[in-house]
Write a protein that binds this ligand. Structure first.
Ligand SMILES: C[S@@+](CC[C@H](N)C(=O)[O-])C[C@H]1O[C@@H](n2cnc3c(N)ncnc32)[C@H](O)[C@@H]1O
Length: 214
C-alpha cells in the first residue's frame, strides 16, 4: 500500500484545523447524526480518532465499531479516545488488506478516497460495498471540485496533493470520481451538505436492496 500518515499523525489535527477551521469536523458531525442506534459501523481512514468522540456524543453506547486505519501512530492516538459505551475494535491495516468478520449497517469514509488513484478507488469502493448490508448507509466526506468551483480551490487542492505526496507518499494527484462509483453501484443519495464554500462535501448514500435471482 502507498501512503503513510505516521510522520504527521501527532500534528495532523492541528494542521487540519489551521487550514480548514471547523469544516472537516462539521462535515463529519453532519454525517454521524444519521447513524441508527445499535448499528455495526465500519470507519475507514479515521485518522486520529476524534470521530469516535463525536459519535459518542450522538450514541453514548450500543454501537459496535470497527476502525480500519493503516497508520500505527494514528491508531495509537485513536485508542486513547473516549468512545463511551460503544465497542471499538481496531484493525491496524489498509482497507485493502483488512478482513473484518462482520457485515456493516453503516460505513464511514472520511477523507479516504482523496488518497487513491482511480483504479485503487474503484477496488476499495467495491470492497467496502461488499461489506455493507443491503439498504445500509455509506457516510462519505471529501473534497470536491465542480465546474463552478472557485479558482483558489483548484490551487489549494494542488498544494495539498503536493504536500501529501511528499510527506505521506500518497499515490494520488487528483480526486477520483466517486460520484460515478456510487451511481454505477446504484446507491441513492439521501442527504448532502457542503462546507468551506462548497470545497468539502458530505453525502449520505443508501445502498440498494439486494437483488435476488428468482
Ligand atoms: C486525509 S486523512 C483523514 C483523517 C480523518 N478521517 C480526518 O478527517 O481527520 C486520511 C486517513 O486515511 C488513512 N488511509 C490512507 N490510506 C488508507 C487505506 N488504504 N485504508 C485505510 N485508511 C487509509 C490515512 O492513514 C489517514 O489517517
Amino acid at each position: 500500500m502507498k501512503g503513510n500518515y505516521n510522520s504527521i499523525a501527532p500534528f495532523y489535527d492541528f494542521l487540519s484545523k489551521a487550514v480548514f477551521g471547523t469544516a472537516i469536523v462539521n462535515a463529519q458531525q453532519f454525517l454521524i447524526q444519521t447513524i441508527p442506534p445499535k448499528s455495526i459501523v465500519l470507519i475507514v481512514g479515521g485518522g486520529t480518532g476524534w470521530i469516535l468522540e463525536e459519535i459518542c456524543k450522538v450514541h453514548a453506547e450500543g454501537l459496535q465499531i470497527v476502525y480500519v486505519e493503516p497508520s500505527e501512530k494514528m491508531v495509537a492516538i485513536s485508542k486513547k479516545r473516549n468512545a463511551g459505551g460503544n465497542k471499538v475494535s481496531f484493525i491496524n491495516e489498509a482497507i485493502q488488506d483488512a478482513a473484518p468478520n462482520n457485515k456493516f449497517d453503516v460505513v464511514i469514509t472520511p477523507f479516504l478516497f482523496d488518497n487513491f488513484l482511480p483504479p485503487t478507488a474503484q477496488w476499495v469502493f467495491e470492497k467496502i460495498d461488499r461489506l455493507l448490508v443491503p439498504e445500509g448507509s455509506w457516510l462519505f466526506a471529501d473534497f470536491q471540485l465542480v465546474r463552478k468551483s472557485a479558482w483558489w480551490q483548484f490551487i489549494m487542492l494542488k498544494i495539498m496533493y503536493l504536500f501529501f505526496r511528499i510527506v505521506c507518499r500518497i499515490e494520488a494527484n487528483h480526486l477520483p470520481d466517486t460520484d460515478v462509483l456510487f451511481d454505477q453501484h446504484e446507491y441513492k443519495l439521501i442527504r448532502s451538505q457542503t462546507f468551506f464554500k462548497n470545497f468539502i462535501c458530505s453525502f449520505t448514500y443508501r445502498k440498494s436492496k439486494a437483488i435476488y435471482a428468482t
